[in-house]
Design a binder for this molecule. Structure first.
Ligand code: UD2
Ligand code: MN
Length: 568
């Protein structure tokens, strides 16, 4: 009897363990519902409610949600692609045994072909994104994808990911522009997919003119640009359309995740990055400035960005047209992202990255295609056009950083200058001060000079007192107290700078620790005089022995005449 009871307990225990495992397995098992990733999360107003098929692991921040986007069911696959024969299309062009899988596309073609057209990818968003709501009446968009000799498997995956992971009502059409690829068949075959239209260029135009062609034929009120080797992620589209619907002057980008060019692994990109550049107009991802990062309490909020990477963004169609589309005299590739970014900011719009929208992209190390006029010359031509039209006096830094650009042909920019005037756009200085103050203006070479007035020199005496004294020493023997560095807007001596004590005429001038942002320290040359930029008054020795002051500018006056003489 006792044995029977012991057996029963053992059986019950085993059953309980098995039951628990089965329950957990059921809970984690991917759901078969094809639309769960895209439509079920839309319009949900919950915090805790668990979406079927999702194992959500909530940590306070930096959550890596174990959410996998669902591949569609086979019946839906048929509906997605209509009469398009996927197998025939893919088999039509495959890597031949012995071929280098990187040669034609600068990524591993073998891996891309092997993956198939609808693999699941990890939902890389912050977990809080899944509980956001979007309007139910968002406008539809035209997706514009330009391609030149793209691999069939990557291009099809781009298109299918859009069809699989977007609410169908938001996709008005997918416009492909075949930029004169070697094989016209790609374009013809893909046009058989429902909603897909393909236009083929009669000659190689480059991505800029191709996108304009696509935009001109788009029928939706919102444009969405994608590269031809992307995979869009769960709910990628709604956050972007929502932001543009709320304010048509916003131009928005997703976080661009990385698809490995070697094994096609889908890797989450950091959510703390924005677009930046250096003076040679080389794009780079950079950390959000620390003050902005500290102020971000909600990780789903948009990130303001000085520039966009260029390939993946959503923009209102009439705003795109109003702002002058693109500079269509730019060729093949490069620079158009700066031109568009400067134009959007300076002419009344804004640029942002939306962390709740994620799109994967295969970043490559080289261009797999040719540039009819050479890669370097094309990049210079395009960026030079951007610099000449938009960068005002700051273009000098572009030329210093890229001396080879000087003297290179860049065509006429008259139309773009007219556009800038017509749109009444702000100066580049405004962009520097308000949008990208973190971009440092290169320090002019520090040259030491004496500031001579007649036979006397301006010198410091003790901590912060100034006065005129006989010029002493020659060359290297000049005393430190008479050496000045004029680095606009500062007039400095080591770490101390010339500063006014008040903004009124007659105020004394003294030395204090340098700070480029301090208005009392900003000077600029005016003839032989040195003018204080904010008060408009000039440095005046007044009496040879007393400290200098600022007075009304009268450049002819000897007491305002300062001749900087470089110390050699
Ligand atoms: C980045 C952008 C890209 C573009 C470029 C600067 C992303 C993810 N990508 O370079 O969109 O803004 O910077 O210009 O932000 N293509 C043509 N015709 C050509 C050359 C290229 O149609 O003559 C297509 C190409 O097939 C691709 C797209 O243009 O779909 C962008 O070219 P890419 O992928 O070589 O540029 P990428 O990602 O290095
Ligand atoms: Mn690309």
């Amino acid at each position: 009897m006792r044995r029977i009871r012991a057996n029963a307990i053992a059986i019950l225990t085993v059953a309980w363990i098995l039951g628990t495992f089965y329950y957990l397995w059921q809970d984690n098992k991917p759901q078969s519902s094809p639309s769960s990733s895209a439509s079920q999360t839309r319009g949900r107003s919950h915090g805790q409610k668990v979406v079927p098929g999702r194992l959500e692991i909530h940590r306070d921040d930096r959550t890596i949600p174990l959410i996998v986007t669902q591949p569609p069911r086979t019946e839906q696959q048929g509906q997605l692609l209509g009469g398009f024969d996927e197998k025939a299309y893919l088999v039509g062009k495959q890597l031949k045994p012995g071929d280098d899988p990187y040669r034609e596309h600068a990524f591993n073609l073998q891996e891309s072909d092997r993956l198939g057209s609808e693999r699941a990818i990890r939902d890389t968003r912050h977990y809080r994104c899944a509980s956001l709501n979007y309007d139910t009446d968002l406008p539809a968009t035209s997706i514009i994808i330009t391609f030149h000799n793209e691999a069939r498997s990557t291009l099809l995956r781009t298109i299918k990911s859009v069809l699989m992971r977007s609410p169908p009502s938001l996709i008005q059409e997918i416009i492909l522009i075949d930029d004169f690829s070697s094989d016209p068949e790609d374009c013809q075959l893909l046009s058989q997919i429902p909603k897909v239209r393909c236009l083929r260029n009669g000659r190689r135009e480059g991505l800029i003119r191709s996108r304009v062609r696509g935009a001109n034929t788009a029928s939706a009120s919102i444009l969405t640009f994608l590269d031809s080797h992307c995979e869009v992620n769960t709910d990628w589209l709604q956050p972007m359309i929502q932001r543009v619907k709320e304010d048509h002057t916003r131009v928005v980008s997703p976080i661009i995740d990385v698809i490995s060019l070697d094994n096609f692994a889908y890797l989450a990109a950091s959510a703390d990055l924005r677009g930046g550049f250096d003076w040679s107009l080389h794009f780079k991802w950079e950390q959000i400035p620390i003050e902005q990062k500290m102020a971000r309490s909600d990780p789903t909020q948009p990130i303001r960005t000085p520039v966009i990477a260029g390939g993946i963004f959503v923009m209102d169609k009439s705003w795109f047209n109003h702002l002058g589309q693109y500079d269509t005299h730019m060729d093949i590739w490069g620079g158009e992202n700066f031109e568009l970014s400067f134009r959007v900011w300076m002419c009344g719009g804004s640029l942002e990255i939306l962390p709740c929208s994620r799109v994967g992209h295969v970043f490559r190390k080289r261009h797999p295609y040719d540039f009819p006029e050479g890669n370097a010359l094309t990049y210079i031509k395009n960026t030079r056009r951007a610099a000449e039209v938009w960068m005002d006096e700051y273009k000098q830094y572009y030329y210093s950083a890229r001396p080879s650009a000087q003297g290179k042909a860049f065509g006429s920019i008259a139309d773009r200058l007219t556009l800038r005037r017509k749109l009444n756009c702000k100066p580049f200085r405004w962009y520097m001060e308000n949008v990208y103050p973190e971009l440092r203006v290169p320090e002019q070479e520090a040259v030491s000079s004496v500031l001579k007035q007649g036979g006397l020199c301006l010198e410091t005496r003790g901590a912060d007192i100034l006065g005129l004294a006989e010029c002493r020493g020659i060359g290297a023997n000049r005393p430190q107290s008479q050496r000045w560095e004029l680095i606009e807007p500062l007039i400095r001596q080591q770490d101390l700078c010339l500063a006014i004590s008040a903004f009124t005429a007659g105020s004394k001038v003294k030395m204090e620790p340098c700070n480029t942002k301090e208005p009392r320290q900003k000077w600029k040359p005016k003839g032989t005089a040195l003018q204080h930029m904010v008060s408009g008054l000039c440095l005046d020795s007044q009496t040879p022995t007393g400290p200098p002051v600022i007075t009304q500018c009268r450049p002819q006056m000897a007491s305002q005449s300062w001749e900087p003489q470089v110390i050699t």
